[in-house]
Write a protein that binds this ligand. Structure first.
Ligand code: ATP
Ligand code: MG
Length: 176
């Protein structure tokens, strides 16, 4: 599968509506410092349901709202093109955040239908996409992986290869 397009509404430095199409293969985003390149990755992580605002380089979720206004709504929609063995077609996920003076509330959508965060994560996991995983390699991750103990590095590889899931099942069966 590949990322086909990101639609960003009022997220961080992005205004009312920005559509970023991505072609299959390698895409480079270039621009001056502070122009919003990393904010695109933050927007992607937001849509994947990342829960910590720190992971999106914001102190709190409400700081994600464009120009830090006190209330309003932002949204990120991500479209994946599925491979033929996954049934082909598109998978669209969307997360909206409503910010009011009292709270910030997220809502999630799978192919346009409202869903829970758990349902979103289940669907993404089916495609081996994890908001905290290594689908997105952030600044510092490579150094972190090189310098971590071998056992921890092995755990990451097991997770990516899908072996860890079986280890969890074996462990659960042992406990039964
Ligand atoms: P660099 O090349 O330095 O890595 P970058 O292109 O990755 O830069 P980003 O970190 O994506 O830049 O963007 C930082 C910019 O986003 C800053 O100018 C900051 O003011 C702006 N920004 C962050 N949050 C908001 C927000 N809520 N509203 C408006 N702008 C915001
Ligand atoms: Mg950056």
């Amino acid at each position: 599968m590949h990322l086909k397009c990101l639609e960003i509404e009022r997220f961080k430095s992005f205004g009312p509506y920005t559509r970023i199409p991505l072609l299959e293969g390698f895409t480079v985003v270039s621009g001056p410092n502070g122009s919003g390149k990393s904010n695109i990755i933050d927007a992607l992580l937001f849509a994947l349901g990342l829960s910590t605002s720190r992971g999106m380089r914001a102190e709190k979720l409400s700081d994600l709202l464009h120009q830090g206004v006190a209330k309003g709504e932002l949204a990120v929609t991500v479209t994946f093109a599925l491979d033929s063995e996954a049934g082909g077609g598109d998978l669209t996920i969307c997360r909206r955040l409503k910010v009011s003076s009292a709270s910030s509330t997220s809502s999630y959508f799978l192919n346009g239908n409202s869903c829970t965060l758990a349902e979103l994560h289940d669907e993404l996991a089916r495609h081996r996409i994890y908001p905290e995983g290594y689908n997105v390699v952030l600044q510092g991750d490579v150094t972190g992986i090189i310098t971590m103990p071998a056992r921890e590095r092995r755990e990451i590889i097991d997770e990516l290869a899908g072996v860890a899931e079986f280890d969890r099942k074996i462990e659960a069966a042992r406990r039964e």
